[in-house]
Design a protein around this ligand. Structure first.
Ligand code: SF4
Ligand code: SF4
Length: 411
């Protein structure tokens, strides 16, 4: 099913209109507005058919709903089907009844699966423990969170250094603070913000993970701990909008944080920069001379309906020729990193499952592009890793849209 931009926008609006309920559990789910939608399921199987790991699940979404309706949901908890869900939003985006599978039902089932699991995959457990203890899944010191700013090449002030006031609070997030290739994204973003003269600041070492993966990976308690912490920090400062380059954090702030009193406008960096394209375009003076194919992040694409802004930014770069992969926009193949998938590759391999990042990078290679462009810091590491294991005759590199834009900035 190929969706038009109009149907995509309409779908995103439907899901955003339906606010998540803070205290929804599987016991009371069917009495909520989301539950009533679940009961409208026509068992068409579109969700199972579109799921990238559907054939590896004993209980894909259609069967979960069937078991819930029959009062047999406990059987689902004893299966590890939901460990294979990478929160790609494909089932939710395609469901003809607009049932919020990835937002509401699947996280609740995942949480119960965790309780019943005899052994949690070690990498996932470690990342969640690190996030609780250190505020980031890598287990890095919180005192080093803003260390990357020393190499930014432009000033990156903390909001504290700016007297507690800024137009834009830039929530940098974990991979873009600590992971070496993620820091390239942060440095590029800082250069672009400076070029545009934006009044921005970061939280610096006060920032902790937004918690999206905790929430979608069974750990609602961890998510609430992080939310409570971040809300207290936000309350200390004055800012007009929050911006982040991480689409997972973007959705957490848009969809979950309002349940905890968060009421700031939120942008992802890519659509924010697109909003400044008239001013940005004359600054893009360096020709990059390359063919680029763009990978739609699940959180920015299917969940937020943002498909065209990254493409228009790429087309604005002199010398860039944009080509599409077979699966694009709402049909894009997930990189496999969401919903805890970042830390489940060993588990997937042990189960004989293909890494989705490898499936996707093969599609990118087939376009003949020189560059695979992304808008999510997870994807840089996932696709760069996949490139090491998938054969390709012609070199292809993975770059974030912001990195390509910053490369093209004139002096
Ligand atoms: S796609 Fe929607 S309506 Fe169809 S089986 Fe799945 S949940 Fe039910
Ligand atoms: S969110 Fe994606 S991985 Fe999870 S069940 Fe739905 S289609 Fe499958």
């Amino acid at each position: 099913m190929i969706a038009t931009q109009e149907t995509i926008d309409a779908t995103a609006a439907i899901f955003d209109d339906l606010r998540c309920q803070k205290n929804t559990s599987l016991d009371n789910l069917l009495e909520t507005p989301d539950g009533r939608r679940i009961l409208s399921c026509i068992q068409c199987g579109t969700c199972a058919g579109t799921c990238p790991y559907g054939e590896h699940m004993d209980y894909p979404p259609r069967r979960i709903i069937n078991m819930l309706q029959r009062g047999l949901i406990d059987e689902v908890f004893r299966s590890d089907s939901m460990l294979r869900c990478v929160s790609c939003y494909a089932c939710m985006a395609k469901c003809p009844r607009n049932i919020r599978l990835s937002d509401v039902l699947l996280p609740l089932v995942k949480e119960q699966t965790l309780i019943h699991l005899t052994e949690m995959p070690a990498e996932l457990q470690k990342s969640l423990q690190n996030t609780l203890r250190y505020g980031n899944p890598m287990g890095e010191s919180s005192r080093k969170r803003a260390a990357w700013t020393a190499t930014a090449g432009v000033p990156v002030p903390t909001i504290g250094e700016k007297g507690g006031v800024a137009d834009i609070l830039w929530f940098v997030e974990c991979y873009t603070s600590y992971y070496a290739r993620g820091q390239d994204n942060s440095r590029a973003t800082a250069r672009l913000f400076h070029a545009l003269g934006l009044d921005f600041a970061i939280l610096g070492n006060e920032e902790k993970c937004a918690g999206d993966c905790g929430q979608l990976t069974w750990e609602s308690g961890l998510f609430e701990t992080l939310t409570d912490y971040n809300m207290v920090v936000f309350g200390k400062y004055k800012f007009k909008r929050l911006v982040t380059g991480d689409p997972h954090a973007f959705n957490a702030f848009r969809i979950r944080y309002p349940l905890f009193g968060f009421d700031y406008p939120v942008d992802h960096t890519t659509p924010l920069l697109h909003g400044h394209l008239d001013r940005l375009k004359p600054m893009l003076k360096k020709k990059l001379d390359c063919t680029v194919t763009y990978h739609d992040s699940c959180c920015l694409g299917r969940r937020a309906g943002c498909y065209e802004p990254p493409r228009e930014l790429l087309r604005a770069i002199p010398g860039v020729k944009l080509v599409e992969m077979t699966h694009n926009r709402v049909n894009a193949i997930c990189c496999g990193g969401g919903g805890g998938g970042m830390w489940l590759d060993t588990f997937f391999k042990a189960k004989g499952m293909e890494r989705l990042s490898e499936r996707r990078i093969r599609e990118a290679i087939r376009t003949g592009a020189d560059v695979l462009a992304v808008s999510c810091p997870y994807e840089i590491s996932r696709f760069e890793d996949a490139l090491k294991t998938v054969g390709h005759d012609k070199p292809i590199v993975v770059r974030d849209v912001v990195e390509l834009l910053a490369d093209s900035l004139g002096d």
